[in-house]
Write a protein that binds this ligand. Sequence first.
Ligand code: TXA
Ligand code: MG
Length: 329
Amino acid sequence: MEIETAVQALRDGELVAFPTETVYGLGANAQNPAAVRKIFEAKGRPTSHPVIVHLDSPRFLHRWVREVPETATRLAERFWPGPLTMVMPRAPNVHDVVTGGQDTVAIRVPSHPMAQQLLTAFGGGIAAPSANRYGKLSPTRAEHVREELGDSVKVILDGGECQIGLESTIVSFEGQNVRLLRPGGVTAAQIRQVVGELLVGANLESPRVPGGTPSHYAPTTPMAIVPAGEIDAHAAALSEGGRRVAALAQRLPLKAHKYVTWINAGRRPEQYGHDLYANLRTLDKAGCQQILVQDVPEGEPWDAIRDRLLRAASSVSESDDSGAMAVLP
Ligand code: TXA
Ligand code: MG
């Protein structure tokens, strides 16, 4: 059986890619430092970047976390299993390769049935970042993992398309306060309902969130975000200049343009987020010189999407006061 093969691979210190409700993870036995090091090699990721430890339930949390903040207990009750990662004080036996040498460890209990089966059958913590090369788009289908990491992964469990499609929300704790480090499937409003106030954004005391480096989650083709009303004009201008353009929009094009590959990703944030990485992969492979992304609406349901788009974009074009278009690279 697939799960048994995967469990055996984890016990042997090999890598296993597995589906979660957010994105596919690249997993290793979190208690085996040599196995966790293989994750960094396969991804080409700097070893100072910590990885999330996945558990099947909070029952063994105390093995990983020295002291569980009271607010974390309430968040766990409300959102686990689910797309929430909590950064908490680490227990003494948690390896430095997992935490990047920090005094904290990030924990998540995923809800995907196959992730749950794997974690329960394995019976321990699985250290796993997203299963992509460092800085690239996260995988939302098993075939994305195969294409990008292939031979370095012993087993790739195929659980179909990830339901959410964007990485988990990450929070950390400062005394009584909770801080949002990365927006994701659980929104800031949902967290506020449980804990009251929520601090937003990293400060100097916050632990490092390298997903928080400015360029991340990026396609290979240069990508620019353009104001909603201007995407047709930008696409037309570039295509008339003979350049091949890929557009990720939220409606159909006003007219057909010769060298433009156009995806209408729609206006619903859940669907947009679910499709985002797969759409960017498709556009990245379309043989274009530029990806244009129609700026998404304001508002919390779009926060995680806007965050990933801004990191993926190489430039943001804005209209100046005269209403003239900014010139794209
Ligand atoms: O949805 C997700 O979170 C997926 C699935 C596979 O669970 N995982 C994921 O992992 O997105 P990764 O490594 O791509 O992003 C996790 C982020 C990284 O930016 C990492 O630096 C941060 O979490 N992180 C991990 N441990 C941390 C810690 N102790 N303190 C601060 N940030 C931490
Ligand atoms: Mg990642």
